[in-house]
Design a binder for this molecule. Structure first.
Ligand code: PLP
Length: 349
């Protein structure tokens, strides 16, 4: 409330203001990235990240079928086509082994790029996602991407406060996207952030998300088709305040996860815990049921009892828009889709 009042009193409630700058500095410092660029939501952040690494109508983008729809929507906004490879069963995130198997079998190197032998299109980016805040094997994904000349763009929307070998998620590739939607670890009402260590990318990101306006005292000069993807200052004020409480939020989430872990210890239901070498933010707690039938009865019983539980997303490969996209073997994603349920994860629980 204090920051919102300050913001209102300043009269700068819209697309520029000190809270935007401050929020960006806070995010850069927190994640350890050199640059952070605030944008209007996480989907817009992903779209711009993909565009800036060169994803276009002639491109394909490798991603996981087990993700929120925004990942594939952002790929589609660039005019590109998603290609799906499997996740690891333990991390629920993009599997380096599946990625490598796909690249070996289906691609060739040409003119410094990675090309899909079946379609002739360039695979311009790979987008792993850190599911529910559990880091995937990002170091391996990064090294495979590098070896194959594919840009790594991390969808870190769910993983603020999650680390792989002590390094914050979102800092392993060229650029990464975060979300501050209402359901995320912290919220700005709606909002997103790009982080990168690449100064040129950061400058481009700020420029194209703020209508590509060339700085001038009074003239309106725009040097390309830009976007109005600016995060309003009033939302950034919420972001600054939320960043100050992030440590408490993360502690509460970890405490809740520890209690769930203790409760489920000798149960047939498996509680998903952080992997070795990782520190998860426990954004959404998840359990793994025996099979689809047990998953369905668990969902029914809990919801009937007024306990909010939700299944993991339907695989992207089952949706009408992405049904015909090329895919590798997806047996882990299939297995998880039939069994994973999110259980209450509120920060006040
Ligand atoms: C929330 C989310 C996004 C998109 O964020 P919005 O701010 O809602 O646009 C992208 N990817 C994943 C995996 C998400 O969970």
């Amino acid at each position: 409330k204090k920051y919102l009042n300050e913001c209102i009193d300043s009269t700068f409630v819209s697309s520029v203001g000190q809270f935007v700058d401050r929020f960006e500095v806070m995010m850069a410092e927190y994640t350890g990235a050199k640059y952070a660029i605030a944008v209007v939501n996480g989907t817009a952040a992903l779209e711009i990240a993909l565009k800036l690494v060169g994803v276009d109508e002639q491109s394909e983008v490798i991603t996981q079928p087990l993700s929120f729809i925004a990942t594939c929507n952002a790929i589609s906004y660039c005019g590109a086509t998603p290609v799906f490879v499997d996740v690891d069963r333990d991390t629920m995130g993009l599997s380096p082994a599946s990625l490598l198997a796909f690249l070996k079998e289906h691609t060739e190197q040409k003119q410094g790029g990675c090309y899909n032998k079946a379609t002739g299109k360039r695979i311009a980016a790979v987008v792993p996602m850190h599911t529910f805040g559990h880091p995937c094997r990002i170091e391996e994904v990064a090294s495979i991407s590098k070896q194959y000349n594919i840009s790594l763009v991390e969808d870190a929307a769910e993983s603020l406060g999650s680390y792989y070998k002590g390094q914050h998620t979102g800092t392993f590739g060229k650029i990464a996207a975060f979300s501050f939607n209402g359901n995320k670890t912290i919220t700005t009402g709606g909002g997103g952030m790009l982080i990168t260590d690449d100064e040129a990318l950061a400058t481009r990101a700020k420029h194209v998300t703020t209508t590509a306006k060339v700085p001038h005292a009074y003239e309106f000069v725009h040097d390309e088709v830009g976007y109005n993807y600016r995060l309003p200052n009033i939302n950034a004020a919420l972001g600054c305040a939320q960043m100050e409480t992030l440590a408490t939020v993360l502690n509460n989430k970890r405490e809740l996860a520890l209690q769930y872990a203790a409760f489920f210890i000798n149960q047939p239901i498996k509680f998903v815990q952080e992997m070795p070498d990782t520190h998860a933010n426990y954004w959404l707690n998840a359990v793994i049921l025996k099979d689809k039938q047990e998953r369905d009865s668990f969902l029914q019983a809990t919801n009937d009892a007024g306990v909010m539980t939700r299944p993991i997303w339907q695989l992207m490969t089952q949706l009408e828009m992405f049904k015909s996209c090329q895919k590798g073997d997806l047996s882990h994603a299939d297995w998880l889709e039939a069994r994973v349920v999110n259980i209450p994860s509120g920060v006040r629980l």
